[in-house]
Design a protein around this ligand. Structure first.
Ligand code: SF4
Length: 163
């Protein structure tokens, strides 16, 4: 684990307090994501995109506020999909179009087709989840639970479509 991953990082270009807090939260979120990726580095999966077929799996990723803000900040909002899959899945249903910014739940999703060590890094995942919740609380104190990605998307899509 890299030393800078645990150090408090200074914001380079502070602006309004809200923007500064969001930038700090997203920076910390990226550190959490890097550590989740490192924990899952010994594992591999066939990358079939099946876990992104959310209507079928009924196991959507649940996102805290910073996770959704990262997606919205870096990617255009895609339209809903008729098949009920994640809107960020590509048209062929194979590839995540936001892979670098995909949510924590997508990085730590575990199914029987995964290959690697017999045990999941559950302790690391739990510790990172606690940290993620704290980052989210600082950014949006009124949100006390994460929200399924389809709910975030539905609300944002409705807002965008409003005349
Ligand atoms: S964000 Fe990407 S990896 Fe996660 S469910 Fe959607 S398409 Fe799949």
């Amino acid at each position: 684990m890299r030393k800078e991953d645990w150090e408090e990082e200074e914001e380079e270009t502070p602006t309004a307090p809200g923007a500064r807090e969001e930038a700090r939260a997203l920076k910390e979120l990226r550190v959490i994501y890097r550590q989740a990726d490192a924990a899952y580095a010994p594992f591999s999966c066939p990358a079939s995109g099946e876990c992104c077929q959310l209507a079928k799996t009924k196991r959507p990723p649940w996102l805290w506020t910073p996770e959704w803000r990262l997606l919205v900040q870096n990617h255009p909002l895609p339209p809903p999909r008729e098949d009920g899959a994640c809107p960020y899945l590509d048209a062929a249903g194979k590839r995540c179009t936001v892979y670098e910014d995909r949510p924590f739940g997508c990085r730590t999703f575990f199914c029987e087709r995964i290959r690697g060590p017999a045990r999941q890094p559950a302790d690391t995942v739990n510790a990172l989840l606690v940290r993620l919740e704290r980052v989210s609380e600082r950014l949006e104190p009124t949100r006390t639970s994460p929200r399924p990605i389809l709910e975030w998307h539905e609300a944002a899509w409705a807002e965008q479509e409003r005349p």
